[in-house]
Design a protein around this ligand. Structure first.
Ligand code: WTA
Length: 659
């Protein structure tokens, strides 16, 4: 991280006290911090009691072989039972679990806990019929429809770890995940509705299946939900309609209790290399973390709140704060299929008004785009039901925070800026809405039970007013257990940088302000954050280089007003490609879309004659970032050839090759 970033200490004097009613009835009060600090394991054991265990644990934490943790050792439980059955058994079967809202305005379904239990049981029986056994991996590639939740819980019910792949990812991205976790079955749909029209999913699965076959992996069955009624190509040996096998299956299914450390799911996320990492989460600790944080950070009152998290289930936020956390807590929530502007701008605010949403959780990139459209749109709706707002995925700039609180929250609602990662499984740093005053732009402090610190290169805590690396200094229940199939990469990526201290290195830079509150500044590695989605520079570079006209590529994340960061690519063409042709930039952008998915499409591609490299051949992305952000190019003395930057800058000022 550069000194410039570190010393860029934002000045922010606005403070928002917790509203009196929330403070009075808060689920967690200020004393929780001391209680947790005095007896961390005892505190976590208390949180684990929120769940129903078939067999209670013998030991809270086994940290004898770091960084491989075991939580609630000896305990057994079923995650699906905890999310569904126990609420029905407690007499809350008629409570709505999901208010599902399709993108076409007439599409709505309310699903009670009792109905959810039947649906999950049927799907569990159907999966078993299809040959899925405990331990087998099942990939889920679905739009935001109730079957996605049902599918995840059905997998959890039979102990088959799921891997949900975001529906916006390409066939190639899907294929690499199928191969990496050796998925036996894929659950998908014909398509889903986005931006007012039906978009297909099944063809990507067909293509991905062909690709996995080339790599020697066989997907045995593809279970297909009919959502849009689009035409699909069908392979009788493999493809099965959901309505044929799930609807007719028995709604009786006795969930089996699994070991607390039984794998619950694998979620792929971008790292610093081209190969995505399969983050493994297990059952007892993860569910404890998701349930506790959802209850504490959002101050959930399950009987009265209507909760809505706008994240897609293809990301970890959808896993922890749409599926496992809220359902373990017996919450009533909204699930929305489509985009915020369909059929018109203001769709989200209408949903909040229609369902009386009280807790709303979304990402800064969405807030910024609404800010841009102006407050006239949200002002048309009655959102007085809202009492708490949340933010996740990237740093929220103070202006967006204040707008969110003011325009959406009517100045009543605390905003919880929650910092966490796919790897952490649950929220780590956040204000508590009934305890902490809000400070726009700061995620504040680690929640009770979690210990975070900002350290320097040597691993020593920095004083207030300075910046450094964000670390977690103690293990926590929802922590990742490893990278699927790659313990070494797990150790190297997260635990080697501060090995002697035993800290988990998050990959983020942060600063502590004069009050000791934490401001997360963003990634310090080659990972970008585009609209709250993690993308690896290397992954996009590999995609570019796989194009026949490309010799070399370098990708950087440049600041972007709307998306936080945007993908900017610098590309050297092969000699035989000449100048690449008139459409080269469009062609390359399309290629990246196809290889990874629309979210990875570069905002800008520059065709350049050379790339800036050190004498050891490492691309100096810092200099390219200067170009992409239209800054004076920094220190070039370590470049092997210092004239390279002049060539690139000439290109830039000529505006050639830009999109
Ligand atoms: C970033 C999403 C600042 C951070 C839950 C982290 C944030 C990465 C915040 C994880 C926040 C997430 N403030 N930055 N409140 N929340 N980040 O794995 O860089 O998709 O390392 O998990 O997002 O992204 P992931």
């Amino acid at each position: 991280m550069t000194e410039e970033t570190l010393s860029n200490l934002l000045r922010e004097d606005r403070r928002f006290e917790p509203p009196a009613e929330i403070a009075e009835s808060a689920n967690l009060k200020a004393d929780a911090y001391e209680r947790a600090a005095a007896d961390r394991e005892g505190f976590w054991a208390e949180q684990a009691e929120r769940l129903d265990w078939s067999q209670k644990w013998e030991r809270v934490l086994d940290w004898d072989d770091p960084p491989f943790a075991k939580w609630f050792v000896g305990g057994t439980l079923n995650a699906s039972y905890n999310c569904v059955d126990r609420h029905v058994e407690a007499g809350r079967g008629d409570k709505v679990a999901l208010h599902w809202v399709g993108e076409p305005v007439e599409d709505r379904r309310d699903i009670t806990y009792a109905q959810l239990k039947d649906d999950v049981s049927r799907a569990a029986n159907a999966l078993t019929e299809l040959g899925v056994q405990t331990g087998d991996r099942v990939a889920i590639y679905l739009p935001m429809i109730p079957e996605a939740v049902v599918a995840m819980l059905a997998c959890a019910r039979i102990g088959a770890p799921h891997t949900v792949v975001f529906g916006g990812f390409s066939a190639d991205a899907l294929a690499s995940r199928l191969v990496d976790c050796e998925a036996k079955v894929v659950i998908t749909s014909d398509g889903g509705y986005r931006r007012g029209s039906a978009s297909a999913l099944k063809p990507a699965v067909d293509e991905a299946r062909a690709k996995t076959a080339e790599q020697g992996h066989t997907v045995e069955k593809v279970l297909v939900v009919r959502r849009t009624g689009q035409d699909v190509t069908w392979d009788d040996a493999v493809d099965v309609w959901w309505h044929d096998v799930v609807d007719s299956a028995s709604a009786d299914h006795t969930p089996q209790a699994f070991d607390s450390e039984h794998p619950l799911y694998v979620m792929y996320t971008s790292g610093t290399t081209g190969k995505p990492k399969g983050i493994l989460h297990t059952t007892g600790g993860y569910l404890t973390g998701a349930s506790y944080t959802h209850w504490a950070v959002f101050d959930l009152k399950a009987d009265t709140d209507v909760y809505w998290c706008s994240a897609d289930i293809g990301w970890v936020t959808g896993h922890s704060y749409m599926v496992y956390g809220p359902l373990a807590n017996g919450a009533t929530q909204v699930m929305y299929e489509g985009t915020p502007d369909s059929p018109e701008r203001g769709r989200w605010w209408k949903i909040i008004q229609d369902y009386g949403v009280t807790i709303f959780y979304t990402a800064p990139t969405a807030i910024r785009s609404f800010m841009k459209q102006g407050r006239e749109i949200p002002d048309k709706f009655d959102m007085s039901s809202l009492r708490i707002l949340g933010s996740v995925g990237e740093p929220i700039n103070p202006e967006a925070y204040v707008w969110y609180r003011h325009v959406i929250g009517g100045d009543r609602t605390p905003v919880v800026d929650t910092w966490w990662q796919t790897e952490t499984g649950s929220i780590m740093i956040s204000p508590l809405p009934g305890v902490t005053h809000g400070k726009p732009g700061s995620a504040m402090t680690a929640i009770p039970g979690v210990s975070a610190e900002v350290v320097n290169e040597e691993g020593n805590a920095v004083p207030n007013g300075s910046g450094g690396y964000l670390v977690l200094t103690e293990p926590w229940p929802a922590m990742l257990r490893t990278i699927w199939g790659d313990d070494d990469r797990f150790r190297d990526t997260y635990w080697s940088r501060f090995r002697s201290q035993g800290f988990y290195f998050a990959g983020d830079g942060a600063k502590k302000d004069e009050d000791g509150d934490i401001w997360v500044l963003g990634r310090v590695d080659d990972v970008m954050n585009v609209s709250g989605h993690r993308l690896s520079t290397t992954e996009i570079e590999s995609a570019l280089v796989s194009h026949p006209k490309v010799a070399e590529a370098a990708v950087v994340g440049a600041k972007d007003e709307d998306t936080g960061q945007a993908v900017c690519a610098f590309v050297i063409l092969r000699d035989e490609a000449g100048d690449g042709g008139d459409d080269i930039v469009a062609e390359l952008r399309q290629h990246v879309r196809k290889e990874i998915g629309p979210i990875a499409t570069p905002r800008q591609i520059m065709i350049v004659p050379e790339l800036p490299k050190t004498r050891s051949g490492k691309i100096m992305r810092r200099l390219l970032r200067d170009v992409a952000e239209h800054r004076e190019v920094g220190d070039v003395t370590t470049l092997a050839d210092s004239t390279v930057m002049d060539l690139i800058k000439d290109k830039e000022s000529a505006g050639k090759g830009e999109d």
